[in-house]
Design a binder for this molecule. Sequence first.
Ligand SMILES: Nc1ncnc2c1ncn2[C@@H]1O[C@H](COP(=O)(O)OP(=O)(O)OP(=O)(O)O)[C@@H](O)[C@H]1O
Ligand SMILES: [Mg+2]
Length: 479
Amino acid sequence: MRPVPALEVRHLTFRYYENGKKNIVDDLSLTVEAGSTTVILGNSGCGKSTFASVCAGLYPENGGFLESGEIELFGKPLSSLGHRERSGYYALMFQNPDLQFCMNTLRKELIFCLENICTPPEDMEPQIERVASDLKVSDLLDRKFSTMSGGEKQKASLCCLIALGSRCIVLDEALANIDRESAYDILEMLKKYSAGGGTIIAIDHLPQLWKGLATRYILMGDGCRIIEDNIRPEEFDNYKELLRSEGVWGEYSGKAHTRDGETGFAISLKDFSVRKDPKDKMSEYLIKSSGVGFRKGRMTALLGKSGIGKTTTFLSILKQHPYEGKIEIDGRDLRAIKERELFKTVGIVFQNPADQFITQKVADEVMAGASKTLTEDEIEKYLADYGLIKKEKYSPYMLSQGQQRRLAVLSVLLGDQKILLLDEPTYGQDLSSTEAIMRQLEEKVDRDHFTVLFITHDRELAEKWADDIVRIEDGGFVS
Ligand SMILES: Nc1ncnc2c1ncn2[C@@H]1O[C@H](COP(=O)(O)OP(=O)(O)OP(=O)(O)O)[C@@H](O)[C@H]1O
Ligand SMILES: [Mg+2]
C-alpha cells in the first residue's frame, strides 16, 4: 500500500475575483510525500504563494473562486478539517515575520500556541525550555519581538510552528529577507525537524540554499503549471540551463565593472553614531564610527549582518532616526535641510514595500512617483519592463511579493531625486526580475548621473553591479 502523502492536490484550479477569467492556479496536480523536503521554484507572480495559501485553506475562505480540485492533508480532505486541525497538519510561514505574532515575547507566544492545542499548564514550561534549547533559541525566549532583527523573528516564528507540532511546514520565501547566517541557523532548525519526520515545503528563489536538505525540486511556470516535477538534488546541475532560460535562477549575466574618475561624495557621514534605542539617549551604540562617504554618480552596495544597522543608517539619512555626528548631502549639513526639500533630493524604497504605497491603483502609484505626467502607453511600457503587465488597474496590495517590490522600485526610478536609497531592492525576485531592476538602476547612474545606494545580502549581486562595496561591521563602516 502506498504511504499516505503529506499533501495531495488533484486538478486544482483557483482564481481571484479581480483577475477576470485568469486562473492563478490552473489545473495543478501534485503529491508531496510525508517526511520529504520539496523546494518549489518559479517566476515571480506565477502563483506559488496563492497555491500555498489555498492549501492552507486561506482561500477561497478569504476571497477568490475555487473552480475545481481536491486537496488532502495527510489523507484527510482539507474541507473536513477544522482550523486547529489544519494547522497541526500544514502550517505556513511567511516572508514578513511581523504578521505572525500575537504576543510580545517568544515565551508568551509559545504559551499562547500551547494553550491553543490544549497542553496541560504544568507541561508548558518544561516543553518551552526543551523546544527552545533543542532549536538553540533559548536566548530569544524573553526578548521583545520589537527588539529582534528579521532573522531572529523568523527563528522565533519557526520555533512556534515546531512547538505546535505541525506535521508539514510550508515556508513561503521565509529566508528571503534575512542575512545568510540566520538563514543557515533556520536551515539547521529545519534539519532537526526533518530528522524527526517533519515534512517541509519551501517556496524560494534561492535553490542552492536548500542543497543539503531538499529531496526534490519542482519548477513551476505561469498558473503553477508544472514544468519539471521531480528534480533530484544530485541531478540539479542538469537543469541549470532550463532554470536560466525560464528566468528563475542562475548566475547573473553581464560583467562587473567600475566607473572611473573622481566625483566627490553625494552623502558623507562624519563621526556618525546612532544608538540602539532612538528614544533613550543613554542606550548602547548600534553604530559608532568615524564615518564614510558614498560617491556621487556611482552605485554603492551596503552589506552587513541582519540587525547591524543598515536600515538605521538609511533612516538617519532621511532624518527619521536621531544620530550624532554630521551627515552631509551634496556637501550640505542635513540638519539645515528641511524634510520636504530632502525628499526632493533623496528617493527611497523601503524593505517592506507595502509600507509605502500611497494610492489604490498600480497605474496611479507609478504616476505618483513620476516627475512628469506619463501617457497611458508610457505607463504600460514601464509596467511591461517590470513584469507587471495588465496590472495597472490593480490595487498594489493585490500584487505578489515580488511584484510589489518591483512596483516600489519603478515608482522611485521615475522620480527625479538624484540620490536613491534602496533597502534590498531585489529580495524575493527571480533571476530575470533581479537583472531587470539592476539594469535600470545602472541606466539611471550612467545616463542621468544618479547616485544609488542599495542594501543587499547578496554578495554576488554587489560584486556584479556596485562600484563600491561598504560593509557595516562591529559598529563601523569598512570599505
Ligand atoms: N489578493 C489578490 N487579489 C488578486 N490578485 C492577486 C492577489 N494576490 C495575488 N494576486 C495575483 O496572482 C498572481 C500570483 O500571485 P502569487 O502571490 O501567488 O505569486 P508568486 O508566485 O508567489 O510570486 P512571488 O515570487 O513574486 O512571490 C499575481 O499575478 C498577482 O498579481
Ligand atoms: Mg510569493
